[in-house]
Write a protein that binds this ligand. Structure first.
Ligand SMILES: [Zn+2]
Length: 406
């Protein structure tokens, strides 16, 4: 297939994933449309497809309000939080020590300052979960406040580019919570020990989602697993995160339609990288019996195709023999460079199981991960995509597979 045709195919897939379907958050109708589209496209190129049902939770809110005797404050329902209609005394908590020592039972607890510098990992998230996060959740659950208000700023590494960021984004955590800007929190601080009324019209909705796996090649020996998460955060078209990754997989479905190389190939659309419970990833691990020893190589695409800068291929745990093959394939294209290591993606799972892995992304994002204000916001839309990057990446991955097979 010539490069012009690949480019227009990439544009078509991106349009479907970001325009025709605007919301790909786990549990949404758009998410199911996206996985159905992915599956249909794979079938069209004669891949064997497997669809796995995931029981998930969708979520919506009609907004939140916070009032005191004299003021009202702008607050937002924490994603996946239960709603509430609560009235109680406001207790200010700025440090871990204050959380341990203050009596917050039956009160509305106001977290701000030092204690809200980071987004708290979901309580059942197994891949990365600092001791301090788990303790914070556990103390809150034991001390039983009526509700939680969090004043937050930026947290690029864990929460993406959003301001304010939700301190809790966890459907398994059952204390209702809202969040607000740190500057708004400074005003609320003056209301401590006073009575406040908090209402959050949030609702959890049980729903379904799917993982899609496509398979090609001989059904023997260790396999190469190429992955991209198909879900996006609520409130963003998720163009770079991660419609471009899914589109790379779809171009590979076409480029590899006659593949019969040494290694069986799996194309995996993971459902849940940007969702608190990572259901698709957990299910895939379970389906593989917690054992990835028959995975020869993982290639994960996430954050690729940004308009600025080059594409990056970061190599992890690579024996020289494979490393040289990969570098040779990368060096053919001047728009692709070897990238720095980063871990906030699905390749992290394969690394934990001891696989060789390549993480494909945009070099600009890797270098600006902490400070960029795009990820998980409406700014992550088609306007920031360099469409040429997508076929370049697909062709380079095909080049790697061809070299490994020969
Ligand atoms: Zn992502």
């Amino acid at each position: 297939m010539n490069s012009e045709k690949l480019l227009s195919l990439a544009q078509k897939h991106m349009d479907v994933l970001c325009n025709v379907i605007s919301d790909r958050s786990v549990g949404s109708m758009g998410n199911r449309k996206a996985t159905q589209y992915f599956k249909n496209e794979l079938s069209r190129y004669h891949w064997n497809t497997e669809e796995t049902l995931l029981e998930v939770m969708d979520w919506k809110t009609d907004g939140a309000t916070l009032r005191s005797a004299n003021n009202s404050y702008e607050v937002f329902s924490s994603p996946y939080s239960i709603g509430c209609s609560a009235q109680g005394y406001l207790v200010s908590v700025q440090t871990f020590n204050e959380l341990e020592t203050k009596d917050i039972s039956g009160k509305i607890v106001f977290l701000h300052g030092d204690i809200t510098k980071e987004q708290i990992m979901p309580k059942n998230f197994v891949f990365y979960n600092p001791e301090e996060h788990q303790q914070l959740i556990s103390i809150l659950e034991k001390s039983n406040p009526k509700a939680i208000i969090c004043a937050t700023g930026h947290n690029g590494a864990l929460a993406g580019g959003v301001y304010p960021f939700p301190m809790f984004e966890d459907g398994d955590f059952n204390i209702p919570s809202v969040f607000m800007k740190d500057v708004e929190g400074e005003k609320l601080f003056l209301e401590q020990e006073k009575l406040v009324i908090l209402e959050s019209k949030a609702e959890r909705i049980p729903d379904t989602a799917f993982n899609i796996v496509g398979r090609k090649g001989k059904n023997v020996g260790r396999r190469i697993v190429i992955t991209a998460h198909i879900d996006a955060k609520k409130g963003t078209p998720g163009a770079i995160d991660n419609a471009t990754g899914v589109t790379v997989l779809l171009l590979l479905a076409e480029l590899l339609k006659d593949y019969n190389g040494k290694y069986p190939i799996e194309l995996v659309a993971f459902n849940g990288e940007d969702y608190y419970a990572v259901p698709g990833q957990m299910k895939y691990i379970e389906q593989n019996g917690n054992d990835f020893s028959d995975v020869f190589l993982n290639i994960n695409i996430d954050g690729a195709g940004y308009k600025e800068g080059l594409s990056s291929f970061s190599l992890f745990d690579m024996p020289d023999e494979i490393r040289n093959i990969v570098l040779e394939a990368i060096n053919i294209n001047p728009n692709i460079v070897e990238g720095l290591p980063w871990y906030q993606g699905d390749h992290g799972i394969f690394l934990q199981y001891g696989c060789h892995s390549i993480a494909v992304s945009s070099n600009w994002f890797i270098e600006n991960m902490e400070t960029q204000e795009i990820t998980h916001t409406p700014k992550d839309n088609l306007e920031i995509v360099n469409y040429s990057r997508i076929p370049e990446i697909a062709v380079t991955i095909k080049g790697i597979l061809d070299k490994l097979s020969s």
